[in-house]
Design a protein around this ligand. Structure first.
Ligand code: 4AD
Ligand code: MG
Length: 464
């Protein structure tokens, strides 16, 4: 008989039908009357399915009574109306097949609550918990919604490379890719490692962003987006930084910073609406157990419009706040997480798009404004998380871009192909990057970014 996922069985009303399900046991309760209740989960939905296993089953003593938490089994039985609360239907088992038992003395996920910190030490088993399972479903829904959003708007999905020779952000936070023997790399005269002899014939790295390559495609195909892993060797141990994270980067030709802000606002709202509509059981769980008020916050994001202010206005608000920040807010220094949270949670109380940041601490590719001091950058900030999107209008003027690169100490020859895009049919264009994990955090209320990616990579942590 064809096996069905539990989420589909839970929607059925045709009591009396035969069904087969398979999954992992979450609890087993034995009743004095000589039968057992088993709660089975297969990850397809927040709720599990209740199974009634009668003492008359031929393998009741040998198998059913050994079905400990974490055991894997396949069950065929009859769909019946459930007298209990919380579910409409249950299964009266006729065949119970056990694939693998889990020794209760060893299996770490018993009934009691376990901290998220502890679950990170058993990242291979944590998807079997309510919370991490729900996070996985929301993350998948957000990924699917991303493709829907951009495809519906005629953006082409472009695969940008993960191995690169260029630092797209110019921040020097790249992981090197080499196949040299670290104990004995070839050396040039003078003793320096000779990367000319390395695999790619020159230094190579993992990409911090796909943007520069996406720009090349936008300046041919108009609207594109890339969605893939990116890597940053920034040694920051915070609850919102990973060394490997997934980023969605749209890029639009013939677009300016306002078009960019409009797209980012539409996209973030679309994502939130999508999970509200499609992950309601999971979100209700997060609202109840992880972050009180989550559903109200998310509903507010979908209904309201994002505030738009300039960096200069943001600094003025922070300076006038009377608040003592760890890093004082002053014109010329980047907004810190505490500033972003003050703006979104206290001062403005909703998502904020901050534009026109100082050139000094922003990337070389951002379009210089006429004031000579700022660039057409835009960051989207949301409550709890802070920056969720970073983007800009790009510098399309060859001479200005070349000058910006000189000021930032970048080698123009190295970026020759990027400069070429300004030499041949240059056009205004703009784009941004949204960190997938940040939006999973925002929509689930999960505090730590390590708990919203299956196997997090952070400093000193690559074990799974
Ligand atoms: O602001 P960032 O560094 O912008 C870029 O990479 C641009 N090339 C994007 C573009 O214009 N195409 O990163 C964009 C977003 C941030 O807003 C944040 O959500 C996320 O990526 N992000 C990180 N997420 C997790 N861990 C990290 N270390 C992150 N760094 C950035
Ligand atoms: Mg940024």
């Amino acid at each position: 008989m064809q096996r069905q996922l539990i989420k589909h069985v839970l929607e059925r009303t045709d009591v009396g039908a035969k069904v087969t399900v398979a999954g992992w046991v979450r609890t087993r309760r034995d009743s004095k009357g000589g039968f057992s209740f088993i709660e089975l989960h297969d990850g397809s939905s927040f709720s599990g399915l209740q199974i009634i296993a009668d003492g008359e089953l031929p393998n009741y003593e040998t198998d059913v009574l050994s079905l400990t938490i974490g055991s894997a089994a396949r069950i065929t039985g009859t769909l019946t109306e459930s007298p209990g609360q919380g579910q409409a239907v249950e299964i009266k088992a006729e065949v119970v097949e056990v694939f693998g038992f889990a020794d209760p003395d060893d299996y770490p996920l018993q009934k009691k609550r376990v901290s998220f910190e502890h679950l990170r030490e058993i990242a291979h088993l944590r998807p079997r918990t309510n919370t991490i399972g729900a996070v996985a479903r929301v993350r998948s829904a957000l990924s699917y919604a991303t493709h829907r959003f951009f495809q519906e708007r005629d953006f082409l999905y472009v695969h940008t490379p993960l191995i690169t020779a260029s630092d797209a952000e110019g921040a020097g936070e790249m992981f090197r890719v080499t196949n040299f023997n670290p104990a004995d790399p070839p050396r040039a005269e003078g003793g320096a490692v000779d990367y000319a002899q390395d695999f790619f014939g020159r230094p190579a790295f993992l990409a911090v962003s796909g943007q520069l390559n996406a720009e090349a495609y936008a300046l041919a195909l108009d609207r594109v987006y890339t969605f893939g892993p990116t890597f940053r060797a920034e040694n920051s141990n915070t609850r919102r930084h990973l060394a490997e994270f997934w980023m969605i980067e749209p890029e639009m030709a013939f677009a300016d910073i306002n078009d960019n802000s409009d797209l980012a606002e539409d996209y973030v709202k679309y994502l939130v609406r999508y999970v509200l509509d499609n992950c309601s059981d999971d979100l209700e769980f997060f609202n109840k157990w992880v972050q009180e008020g989550l559903l109200d916050t998310l509903a507010g994001v979908v209904d309201g419009s994002f505030e738009r202010i300039t960096y200069t206005e943001a600094v003025d608000i922070l300076a006038a706040s009377g608040e003592t920040f760890e890093f004082p807010a002053e014109w010329g220094s980047d907004l810190q997480s505490e500033h972003e949270r003050y703006l979104t949670e206290v001062a403005i109380k909703k998502p904020v798009i901050v534009t026109d940041f100082p050139f000094d601490f922003k990337a070389f590719y951002m379009r210089r404004n006429d004031d000579g001091k700022t660039v057409a950058a835009m960051d989207v900030l949301v409550p709890q998380i802070g920056e969720i999107v970073g983007g800009s209008q790009r510098e399309e003027r060859l001479d200005v871009l070349a000058e910006s690169m000189d000021i930032k100490g970048m080698d123009r020859d190295h970026y020759w192909w990027y400069l070429d895009l300004r030499r041949f049919g240059s056009a205004p264009h703009a784009g941004f990057g949204l960190g997938l994990e940040r939006v999973v955090q925002f929509t689930t209320g999960m505090q730590n970014i390590r708990d919203v990616i299956p196997f997090p990579r952070t400093p000193r942590n690559v074990g799974f």
